[in-house]
Write a protein that binds this ligand. Structure first.
Ligand code: 5GP
Ligand code: ZN
Length: 127
């Protein structure tokens, strides 16, 4: 695991951002994982038996903003999601990780997050 210094770029929190407020503890959420770079919360409107959102503590609007310097952070983000899925017993059957970008991508919260969806078979392509 790379350490926090490699995995954060000190982007400023956005006080108007719902997920920045959840990270700060201003709005409650069911946290299922947290470390120095990433937190994971249960989705408030689950679309599968397991539906957890993995987000960096720092504010990044979406995957459209990512650069190669974000590689260590992304390793931590996807690594945390994969470890959680394994601990939940989802790995053998399989699951989905997805990140929505912008209006047509279906993004409704402008803070990068990966959805982990599991516990049922997924259709492809998504609607
Ligand atoms: P997006 O639509 O941006 O890909 O995903 C945003 C997700 O955040 C949605 O699945 C939505 O149900 C979830 N969500 C919206 N508001 C809250 C909230 O206040 N708490 C939690 N835990 N999830 C939320
Ligand atoms: Zn944010």
């Amino acid at each position: 695991m790379n350490d926090r210094a490699d995995a954060v770029s000190n982007r400023a929190a956005d006080p108007a951002c719902l997920f920045c407020r959840i990270v700060a503890g201003e709005i409650p959420a069911a946290r299922v994982h947290e470390d120095d770079v990433v937190i994971a919360i249960r989705d408030i409107a689950p679309r599968a038996p397991t539906h957890v959102l993995f987000l960096p503590r720092e504010h990044i609007a979406s995957a459209a903003e990512l650069t190669p310097a974000d590689g260590p952070m992304l390793g931590r983000l996807f690594g945390a999601a994969a470890a959680f899925a394994r601990a939940e017993g989802l790995t053998d059957a399989g699951y989905r990780m997805v990140t929505n970008v912008g209006e047509w991508g279906g993004q409704t919260v402008g803070h990068l997050h990966v959805h982990l969806l599991g516990g049922r078979s997924m259709a492809w392509p998504p609607g």
